[in-house]
Design a protein around this ligand. Structure first.
Ligand code: SDX
Length: 454
């Protein structure tokens, strides 16, 4: 990063000013480097939710929330979605450049050689209830991969990191499909290396031993594009989780399992499942108004799922591509008059014309249309967050590898302590100067343990 001078922090409590360096990245806002503040002023910054905190410097993905721009390694998401396939984008995220033809062929072939699961791991499924949520199964089985590759778990070894990345990218579809088959009570369908990545996934999901299954090429291309759109997204909650877990030296399987657990939440990757349930609950265009009203009511916890974003204050560029893809999939399946799709289009139109959503810059996000597409393709609602975890694993791995190679990356978060009884009440003593809170707190906040003799 390039130095852009300094920021001077002046203190009203008499502490001498502190100079902090300002840096600019090649894209995005400048940053004030505050890491010396603790040592220079004995203070921490306080940024609950990290809304103004850059946790790292990264070259992988860039989002301009005001302009609705998303770049993977500098390439606009629109160009990648139109011109590449998902494994090419995986290669780009992991290596920084798109592969040439031989590199792509080798990457695809290597992924194919890692699609099977160890037969002992397949037995894990029988330990789950059939009706277990597939994200619970994913957290368990992906984490359990770390029990199977002792010979390649030295994360200081670049070759071990690489083979772990291939294993995770290759096995996530297999683990996902097995979770679905187990839930359905159907036999597992093993990977077929004659098929490409998405064809293989759809075969493992929807084929049965009883008859030939040929995935619809329009749906295959649509799903491949959806995987590209979900592959990475800067320092979102689940990516930050993977980085934080990785900072302790945890193995990549454990880190990706932690990322899946975080992604599950309805405010994050669980939003696509929550959004479809919301559309089902609204049920009819005539009921949209009452739900818009609820979304605007501060006393009502209801939020319009699939709307709003921590960064985008303009259209999420992925949402536009998802709406196009949704239209194409529903057309291909003869569902263009689908009730829920028409409801979603009307809901989007009404919300985008409403002052509340306009003033708060709430636009549809990547999750608004995805559920409609997945349902039309035959995926059960509970599988929707898993369909987010498959592609995001490539982004998490790229971010994990970047974190491991970054000498600056230490995650040692601190806190603003409030002590056992909440706020630090400082009573002003009229006969004495106000006590220095730093001398007082250790005493005031320490409580004496009185164990009465029983
Ligand atoms: C993803 O981080 C990522 O990059 C995530 C993701 C990725 O690729 O990894 O993009 C994927 O998680 C997309 C988001 C999916 N989640 C949802 O669709 C759930 C519904 N959306 C909200 O929960 C919410 O918009 C968040 C969590 C996504 C963002 O929350 P913020 O940061 O609080 O949103 P904001 O700053 O834009 O909110 C501003 C205001 C707030 O009200 P005030 O406190 O200012 O009065 O708008 C309100 C919010 O309460 N608001 C909503 C709303 N989203 C925000 N009100 C009604 N409906 C909504 N959907």
């Amino acid at each position: 990063m390039v130095s852009k001078g300094t920021a001077t922090l002046n203190f009203s409590n008499g502490h001498p000013p502190v100079e902090l360096p300002i840096y600019s990245g090649s894209v995005g806002p400048d940053v004030v480097d505050i890491r010396a503040l603790g040592g220079k002023a004995g203070m921490f910054t306080y940024d609950p939710g990290f809304m103004s905190t850059a946790s790292c410097s990264s070259t992988i993905t860039y989002i301009d929330g005001d302009k609705g721009v998303l770049l993977y390694r500098g390439y606009p998401i629109e160009q990648l979605a139109q011109q590449c396939d998902f494994l090419e984008v995986c290669y780009l995220l992991l290596n920084g450049e798109l592969p040439n033809a031989p590199q792509k062929q080798q990457f695809d072939d290597t992924v194919k050689r890692h699609t099977m699961l160890h037969e002992q791991l397949v037995r894990f499924y029988s330990g789950f209830r059939r009706d277990a949520h597939p994200m619970a199964v994913m957290v368990g089985v992906v984490g359990a991969l770390s029990a199977f590759y002792h010979e390649a778990m030295d994360i200081s070894d670049a070759r071990h990191r690489e083979v772990s990345a291939f294993r995770l990218i290759a096995k996530l579809p297999t683990i996902t499909a097995m979770a679905y088959k187990y839930n359905q009570g159907q036999p597992f369908m093993y990977p077929r290396n004659s098929l490409n990545y998405v064809e293989n996934f759809m075969h493992m999901m929807f084929a049965t031993p009883c008859e030939e299954y040929r995935p619809n090429p329009v749906l295959v291309r649509a799903l491949d594009r959806i995987l590209i759109l979900h592959a990475d997204h800067e320092q979102n909650a689940s990516t930050s989780t993977v980085r934080l877990a990785g900072s302790s030296g945890a193995n990549p399987f454990a880190c990706i399992s932690a990322g899946i657990a975080c992604l599950w939440g309805p405010a994050h990757g669980g939003a696509n499942e929550a959004c479809l349930k919301m559309l089902e609950e609204i049920g009819d265009v005539s009921r949209i108004g009452q739900y818009i009203k609820r979304a605007k009511d501060k006393d009502d916890s209801f939020k319009l799922m699939g709307f709003g974003h921590r960064v985008y204050k303009n259209f999420d560029p992925r949402a536009k591509l998802m709406r196009e893809t949704c239209h194409g999939v529903l057309n291909e399946l003869g569902l263009k008059d689908d009730r829920l799709f028409k409801l979603a289009v009307e809901l989007e139109k009404i919300a985008l014309e409403d002052d509340y959503f306009i003033s708060k810059k709430l636009y549809p996000n990547v999750d608004f249309y995805s559920g409609l597409i997945y349902q039309a393709m035959g995926f059960p609602v509970a599988m929707f967050p898993v369909l987010f975890a498959i592609p995001r694993t490539s982004g998490w791995l790229a971010q994990w590898q970047e974190m491991r190679a970054d000498a600056e990356q230490k995650h040692r978060l601190r806190q603003a302590g409030r002590g056992p009884d909440g706020e630090a009440q400082i009573t002003e003593d009229p006969d004495h100067d106000a006590p220095d809170v730093r001398e007082l707190l250790p005493l005031r906040k320490q409580r004496v343990l009185h164990r009465g003799l029983v």
